[in-house]
Design a binder for this molecule. Structure first.
Ligand SMILES: Nc1ncnc2c1ncn2[C@@H]1O[C@H](COP(=O)(O)OP(=O)(O)OP(=O)(O)O)[C@@H](O)[C@H]1O
Ligand SMILES: [Mg+2]
Length: 331
């Protein structure tokens, strides 16, 4: 599907008024690609394509590159708290801001890559043949062979395949060493690597948690998630401490917030329990949106809806923490 964005759309996506003259001037100085003039009723308007968004975001975006390549792991050993949805929206937000992003899904039942995948598999054989993370960790396949492209030139991903279960025959040490090697390679090419874990805290998930520079933990503001949260947070701390890395930057984000007494109480409780680590903004329950269904983030698809505002605040705050804690490379 072809998408096009007018100056008004760009202002909504990048959440600031981008004047026509500013766009013209950036076009003139070749800082952004030239938009195409198309007729809209009696008038004509300039439009840019989806592929052109990253270049525009580099000029007019709100997320600046960190001083060094970084890795982020979105994790919580509780199902349906929005790990994959956040991984998807964060990856696309960074990518439309011009950063080179690699999203890596670790859940053999599917996750972030389902929304990013342009190829719709037709047969089970196609699924079994897909080269995925297992090919790198089991057979040493190179990163270039694994990565798949998306409809944004700055965003690639490694697909989650059913073959991910093959990794279970490796030891934890083997998984960790091989994933670490892959991550080091990825950081040569990408500004940001985003891991989306499963809810089972597999050996693969634990490796990503230990290797990542930043951990983002969604905590659902519903009763089931709340009941699971203490235990989940403890499991994550244990996974981190086994890796000898308790001082890692861990951020909590309340999700699935509703305007009910119970949900608000749960949200307040998270803020009390983890006062310095919990972001000031939460992600609300959003029944209407079909996030990811059309391979667009909330920013590209529905920038004026309240849910996009939630993601804007959450991602901006999280990114500020990342930037603060990312030191410049030596020299
Ligand atoms: N803001 C929202 N409000 C309500 N439902 C949402 C919202 N955002 C996404 N969803 C839906 O909630 C479901 C769970 O989200 P998601 O898959 O991101 O959770 P998860 O933590 O990755 O779960 P799992 O542990 O199973 O991988 C999905 O069907 C998703 O489409
Ligand atoms: Mg998931």
């Amino acid at each position: 599907m072809d998408y096009s964005f007018t100056p008004k759309d760009l202002s909504a996506i990048y959440r600031r008024k981008i004047e026509n003259w500013a766009l013209s001037s950036a076009e003139e100085s070749e800082k952004i690609p030239r938009g195409e003039r198309v007729a809209r009723g009696k008038a004509s308007v300039r439009v840019w394509t989806l592929e052109q968004l990253p270049a525009i975001g580099k000029q007019f975006g709100w997320l600046k590159c960190a001083a060094a390549p970084i890795s982020i792991c979105i994790t919580m050993p509780k199902a349906s708290v929005l790990k994959s949805t956040i991984a998807f929206n964060l990856s696309r937000a960074l990518a439309i801001n011009g950063q080179k992003v690699l999203a890596i899904g670790l859940d053999k039942t599917g996750g972030v890559s389902d929304s990013l995948n342009l190829d719709q598999l037709q047969t089970l054989k196609d699924d079994a043949k897909t080269i995925g993370l297992h090919s790198a960790l089991k057979e040493g396949a190179s990163l270039e062979k694994l990565v798949k492209h998306t409809n944004l030139p700055t965003l690639n991903f490694i697909p989650e395949t059913s073959q991910l279960f093959l990794i279970e025959s490796l030891t934890e040490v083997e998984i960790s060493e091989r994933l670490s090697h892959l991550l080091e390679n990825a950081k040569q090419t990408y500004d940001v690597v985003v891991f989306d874990t499963s809810s089972s805290l597999t050996a693969l998930d634990k490796s990503a948690i230990r290797l990542a520079d930043h951990i983002l933990v969604p905590l659902g503001c519903d009763l089931r998630s709340y009941r699971a949260s203490d235990f989940g947070v403890r499991q994550l701390s244990e996974a981190l401490s086994k890796g000898g890395n308790q001082s890692k930057s861990v951020t909590y984000v309340p999700t699935l917030k509703q305007q009910t007494r119970l949900s608000l109480e749960i949200e307040a409780n998270y803020r009390l329990s983890y006062p310095t680590q919990t972001l000031g903004h939460s992600i609300r329950v959003n029944e209407d949106s079909e996030e990811g269904a059309n391979q667009l983030s909330v920013f590209e698809a529905e920038p004026t809806l309240p849910i996009a505002e939630d993601y804007f605040h959450v991602i901006s705050q999280f990114w500020s923490r990342v930037i603060e804690t990312t030191k410049s490379p030596p020299g």
